[in-house]
Design a protein around this ligand. Sequence first.
Ligand code: HEC
Length: 131
Amino acid sequence: MRLSQVLLFGSVVLVLGAAPACSQSGVEPKAAGAVSGVPVEFAEGAQKFTAHCSRCHGVGGVGTNQGPSFLHKVYEPNHHGDVAFQRAAANGVKAHHWQFGDMPKIDAVTSGDVDDIVKYVRWLQKQAGIF
Ligand code: HEC
């Protein structure tokens, strides 16, 4: 299943490789489901997100009753830039947008980990059409 997806995307990339304007969007899986179709370059961020953030923000960033979804306009790059993710992980967040309560700081992640996580979250947001 996964292998065949990879092969499929590989051939899509090959086909679109000839079209100059499609550098990013050409590799996006369409209906495969955001989480299962994670491109390899975001796989590490996905794994770290799942390990450290999904408990509250949900697998695939869809949110839980412990924390907000990132697939929301509020969290697009112009409203919450990448530095907001670094700050949230390093310092925690006082509840201000929602009623979930405060976010604790996440000691288990380094700023490098958060960089990977942000790349994955931005990809999820693009998949969801947030920006
Ligand atoms: C224990 C639950 C919990 C975990 C684990 C958690 N968060 Fe949060 N997070 C929250 C809650 C709750 C909020 C919403 C606070 C508010 O704005 O009301 C939040 C908000 C945020 C925000 C928005 C900050 C802002 O400036 O408004 C970012 C970014 C964020 N989290 C990133 C992360 C990342 C990255 C991880 C994993 C490394 C993570 N969170 C893990 C609960 C959690």
